[in-house]
Write a protein that binds this ligand. Structure first.
Ligand SMILES: [Zn+2]
Length: 105
């Protein structure tokens, strides 16, 4: 009985070790194989973010854009911040006094 245990336990440990190292090895292989793909995805994302960053620069050269910089609050006269959202009907909320104004008024 004892001899059987002494034979089986090392085999069991060996099988477990093989599975663990095999898993680590496969992870490295997969990471290595996908490294080029990940790099391509990163490059593509960078290129797309650059493309997305360019159109606003072109729009800013046009005098009539949806830029909020030309408008000011009716109540306190503060200029609209760049992040101020203007509704399709022209309403916007002042970032300083929190009151609503209209760009067409
Ligand atoms: Zn205001």
């Amino acid at each position: 009985m004892n001899s059987v245990m002494f034979t089986l336990v090392p085999i069991f440990i060996g099988v477990v070790a093989l599975c663990v190292f095999g898993g680590i090895f496969m992870t490295f292989i997969t990471a290595f194989r996908h490294r080029g793909t990940i790099q391509q995805i990163t490059d593509e994302a960078l290129r797309q973010s650059r493309h997305r960053a360019q159109p606003p620069e072109q729009n800013s050269s046009q005098p009539r854009s949806s830029s909020a910089g030309d408008y000011a609050c009716d109540h306190c006269g503060a200029a609209l911040g760049a992040g101020t959202e203007i509704s399709p009907s022209g309403d916007f909320k002042c970032g300083y006094c929190d009151s609503w104004s209209n760009i067409k008024s």
